[in-house]
Design a protein around this ligand. Sequence first.
Ligand SMILES: [Zn+2]
Ligand SMILES: [Zn+2]
Length: 316
Amino acid sequence: MKVHFWGTRGSLPASVNEGTVRAKITKAVKASQGHILKDDSAINEFVDSLPFSIRGCFGTNTSCMEIIGGDDYILCDAGTGLRDFGNYVMQQGTQKQHTFHIFLSHPHWDHIQGFPFFVPAYIPHNVINIYGCHDYLEASFVTQQDFKNFPVSLKSMGSNIQFITLEPGKIYTIAGFTVKAFQQKHPGHSYGYRFEKDGKTIVYSTDAEHKQDVEDIHYPFLNFFRNADLLIFDAQYSFSEYALSKEDWGHSNNLNAVELSVRSGVRHLLMYHNEPTMDDVKLEEFLEKTRRYLTLYAESYPLRIDIAYDGMEVEV
Ligand SMILES: [Zn+2]
Ligand SMILES: [Zn+2]
């Protein structure tokens, strides 16, 4: 199975402007001095050799992740990345009826604001199942598309949209996966999801704060993350930023991410819900610091650590 990230920013979309692009081009041109770039293959090889912050971009969209390998389309959260996903589906044609299963961590704005722009929701034969544990999930979607906020109401979108309330801790079978929700610390609560299929486990845990009780040997998240092949984890803040000014804001830091991954036997950690004020250079440095911290915390533990970016695809 695979995971595709359509949106990875936290809180609100991040901008990329003329200055951002110009700085990347300037660095690339400087780095190219002395290289003989005589054909496309040489150019591509040179581009591949550049740091990700120069040749790429962590992206701008808010939370939306697709799990590929189930019976239908499976998504986590409906941030602005959902718009790009919908456009991708539309490019495959509109004749076929599609079913989408969207698991919502919580209805904060950055996790639902892509839905009014999700074009497949306007196609009458499509089915959209929206799962979550908040009893006001449907009301949040309705309010978002109240006429005062958006010109098209939820009920006039055209497709068959259902809201399904899940009970945390209960095991469900949905689209070929077993799925379990888990309550997380966040203003108004959020919920993480553990997806299992064919002996593989993906855990989606965003907008979750881990406080002092994280040190407890029976800390409940250790079981929730246990032996996950892939853990998608809210690491919006660095530890110092968290400790100095962002405690109780409902998000975690990179040290929590490493420590909980090691303690629960995770194989691949993907830091997610990226801080929108961190540019590509800062995020790249943040990743290097986090990888260095792993060598201090548990040098021999074979944890792969990456930061998710818009368009990233990960094999599980
Ligand atoms: Zn969020
Ligand atoms: Zn939130």
